[in-house]
Design a protein around this ligand. Structure first.
Ligand SMILES: Cc1cc2nc3c(=O)[nH]c(=O)nc-3n(C[C@H](O)[C@H](O)[C@H](O)COP(=O)(O)OP(=O)(O)OC[C@H]3O[C@@H](n4cnc5c(N)ncnc54)[C@H](O)[C@@H]3O)c2cc1C
Length: 457
């Protein structure tokens, strides 16, 4: 065996500025593996020597033959600085990508925000700035009032200040600036560009153009289909554009039937080689005690950092959820899932930390929310896509989310844990309760990491 280091991502200023410094050569060399008798390192040497030929073969293989996965061997790291939280949400829809974003929870915010280009120089610009100033002022007042409140509740000064600040952000606008590091392969990047291409507001167009400029000169043979396809924009039931309030905050829509037996049967099929349906029939004949004993074997030695075993992926649950935009910013980071989100609307319920009432701040907050609604309507009349800049972290989103049991375990470890933010923790706890009722054996150890570590075995 021979294992060679073919490449790795290095920081941009260390990359020589010449035409050969392109990740395309890795894609070209790997693409040729399937049909060439040569060793990979030889193919790589040839690809580096003949960059133009590599580009031509990439074009032929990826776009001519549809072997698109070879573009995944080329990876970009991109800093995105000063993007609104609103647009960040679209970017982070990429599931095969990695993001690390400035936390509004841990970093004190200083009122930096994006003003939509569409309203610059119009009368709406000053209304917009006034609203954001008001939100920033509420943020500071809440941070101070909250610090006192949490100190009275027994938290030490540092913890009280942090808790107050992380909750105060509920009144901040989705226009608030953030920054993120993004790592993704060129196949995902191309898809991101197509998705951004469906947006018709300036900030999105600017971001798309900038990313395209950055990568096109470096990997022109890998980034080709960046224009949105009309097919992606097909819509149903377009007469009704106002989202309706869903029934509950957390509601189970559907789930795998008899998940405990199914998961166990998949483990058995894996371990014995039985047909999955034969295994399922066998498992279904076992007593509850016998099934528990089989699960004990599967869970044996599990630590808080262990994922649930692979057979757990065969059972999944779909939930209809309503949460604040603040909680959704965290929820959406769980990539091994399927989701749809309805449009935002100021009439959907907003979520606020309960203590806002105890410190007597709800009245100015509610007044601010009315101004948000008015501005949302005004912005919508200019361009519906910029309206949500007027909304806050407190405004609700409604999402349908499907996760398999393995991902639900991971989600619960992080989000039911004591370190999790309170709103997502409450949602995660409800979700886990519902899943446990449907899957008492397979979900038996689904809980936050702290509870898992503390439990008595
Ligand atoms: C307390 C807390 C604080 C946080 N603070 C911040 C913060 O300040 N900034 C911030 O940006 N985020 C923050 N996060 C979010 C966090 O970094 C994760 O993005 C989020 O929890 C989703 O979890 P995940 O990435 O483990 O896995 P998921 O996306 O849920 O995926 C599940 C599992 O699949 C595997 N997986 C998925 N994608 C990949 C991949 N591309 N490569 C390799 N393996 C993969 C991993 O094993 C992963 O655990 C915080 C999360 C918590 C719980």
């Amino acid at each position: 065996m021979n294992v060679l280091l073919a490449g790795y991502n290095i920081e941009a200023t260390r990359i020589p500025h010449n035409d050969d410094a392109t990740p395309e050569v890795l894609s070209a060399a790997y693409a040729r593996i399937s049909r060439s008798p040569k060793r990979i390192d030889q193919l790589r040497e040839e690809a580096v020597r003949e960059v133009d030929a590599s580009r031509r073969s990439n074009t032929r293989i990826i776009f001519g033959m549809g072997h698109a996965s070879v573009a995944e061997h080329a990876i970009f790291n991109i800093d995105i600085i000063g993007i609104s939280r609103y647009l960040a949400e679209f970017v982070q829809k990429s599931r095969l990508a990695s993001f690390t974003e400035k936390s509004q929870r841990y970093v004190k915010l200083h009122g930096d925000f994006v003003t939509p280009h569409e309203i610059l120089g119009t009368p709406l610009e000053s209304s917009y700035r006034t609203l954001i100033d008001r939100q920033n002022s509420l943020y500071h007042k809440l941070s101070e009032a909250g610090e006192k409140w949490f100190t009275q509740q027994g938290l030490d000064a540092k913890a009280a200040a942090e808790r107050a600040r992380e909750d105060a952000r509920y009144v901040l606008s989705l226009a608030t600036e953030t920054q993120m590091g993004m790592t993704l392969n060129v196949r995902s990047l191309e898809r991101l560009l197509r998705r951004l291409g469906k947006l018709h507001f300036h900030e999105a167009i600017q971001l798309r153009d900038r990313i395209q400029d950055l990568v096109e000169g470096i990997a022109p043979s890998l980034v080709r289909y960046t224009e949105p396809d009309p097919y992606d924009s097909n819509r149903v039931g377009v007469e009704s554009t106002e989202p309706r309030l869903w029934d509950d905050d957390v509601r189970l829509l559907s789930g795998t039937e008899n998940p405990d037996d199914l998961v166990l049967s998949m483990a058995m099929a894996r371990d014995t080689g039985d047909n999955p349906d034969t295994a399922l029939h066998y498992i279904s004949q076992l007593s509850l005690e016998q099934k528990k004993a089989e699960y004990d074997k599967l869970f044996s030695g599990m630590e808080g950092y262990h994922p649930a075993p692979e057979p757990f992926e065969f059972a999944d649950f779909t939930f209809a959820l309503r949460m604040s935009s603040c909680a959704f910013a965290q929820f959406k980071r769980h990539r091994i899932s399927s989701r749809i989100r309805t449009a935002r609307h100021p009439n959907l319920q907003a979520v606020f930390p309960e203590w806002f009432q105890h410190v007597g701040m709800m009245q100015p907050i509610e007044e601010m929310m009315v101004t948000c609604t008015n501005l949302w309507n005004d912005l919508r009349s200019i361009n519906p896509e910029i309206a949500d800049y007027a909304l806050t972290n407190a405004h609700a989103v409604q999402v349908a989310y499907r996760m398999n049991l393995r991902e639900l375990y991971h989600f619960a470890r992080l989000r039911c844990d004591g370190h999790a933010q309170w709103e997502i923790r409450a949602l995660a706890t409800r979700i886990v309760e519902i899943v446990k009722a449907k899957a008492p054996l397979s979900a038996a150890l689904m809980m936050g990491k702290d509870e898992f570590d503390d439990r008595e075995e």
